[in-house]
Design a protein around this ligand. Structure first.
Ligand code: MG
Length: 310
């Protein structure tokens, strides 16, 4: 398989941690329910391809996300391989945390919103009410020695509210990190961010005491900007990037086929720029091709398409 010609690019971290979200964020946007055995196989293959962190599933109310109603079953199929501190699960509330703990999970992620409209639509609560809902979740998770990540959605634009002020994102991020979360993931949920916004937000977070070493970025490719925005963040010193194998997962709020940044597109760009990831790109492409066959349609990743075509 072709590999990128390597030329060390200046101003990038030596190593980037890819936080793989395909099995959760990707699949939760798939209309057709994927069998638990296929999900478990996907997670296993992603681990074998060298993905250092794989978010496995979600313990949200199964009525909200029927695709992930089999969370406990998937983790049972995986055994200890599916529940380390490098295998987070999404948890919305204490009931979800109870289910995650019953499954033996070692890491969780909570998900807040930078805008009131999306907080209401996604969580049925105001921002303040959602932070109050997460507080006991994080407190108990930390007491149980779990690793905790906080997502913030709509950091760079909102489909209902339009532009999102940097101060609004910082305020929500600060409240979630004050709960004791270990990592903050900045979500461009509708993929509208452009490169100037990235350092502006990172600077504002830093001024509020949230340094780049605890920040991850989660860009969507709806407007073709995901990789450019990711590299803008890397040049600022961010070293954890969220992406989805094969570009799995459309964007339900933008009615676009293109959602998450494809892990293959990211890895091609990083390896070419001399940044190490520990990921075997060939094994990853084989995994995405295998999954695309099961989903009955090709991967939206340009790198997968190019490499699979030889
Ligand atoms: Mg996403």
């Amino acid at each position: 398989m072709r590999t990128p010609q390597v030329e060390q690019a200046a101003g990038l971290p030596e190593r980037v941690t890819v936080y793989e979200v395909g099995a959760r964020d990707g699949l939760q946007n798939e209309a057709t329910v994927v069998p638990a055995t296929v999900k478990a196989e996907l997670i296993r293959r992603l681990g074998a391809a060298g993905l250092p962190v794989v978010e496995t599933t979600s313990f949200v109310n199964p009525a909200w996300v029927p695709q992930l109603a089999d969370a406990a079953e998937v983790l049972a199929l995986l055994g200890p391989e599916g529940t380390g501190r490098d295998r987070p699960v999404l948890v919305p509330n204490v009931r979800g945390l109870d289910r995650a703990l019953e499954s033996g999970c070692g890491a969780i992620a909570i998900f807040g919103s930078a805008t009131e409209t999306f907080a209401q639509r996604n969580l049925g609560r105001s921002i303040a009410e959602s932070v109050a809902m997460f507080a006991p979740v994080v407190e108990r998770a930390l007491a149980a020695d779990l690793w905790v990540r906080a997502y913030v959605s709509m950091c760079f634009g909102d489909p209902w509210e339009g532009d999102v002020a940097v101060g609004q994102v910082v305020d929500v991020a600060r409240r979630l990190m004050d709960l004791g979360c270990h990592e903050l993931s900045l979500g461009d949920t509708i993929g509208v961010a452009t490169t100037g916004q990235v350092p502006a937000l990172l600077d504002a977070l830093d001024a509020a005491g949230i340094g780049r070493e605890v920040v991850a970025v989660h860009f969507h490719d709806t407007y073709g900007q995901a990789l450019a925005n990711t590299f803008a963040a890397l040049r600022e010193g961010v070293a954890t990037v969220d992406s989805s194998a094969g570009g799995l997962g459309g964007c339900p709020y933008a009615k676009s086929a293109t959602g998450n940044l494809a892990t293959e597109d990211l890895v091609w760009a990083l390896h070419g720029a001399g940044v190490s990831t520990g990921i075997d790109l060939e094994a990853l492409v084989a995994t995405s091709t295998w999954l695309a066959e099961r989903l009955g349609r090709p991967s939206p990743s340009r790198v997968v398409a190019a490499l699979a075509a030889g």
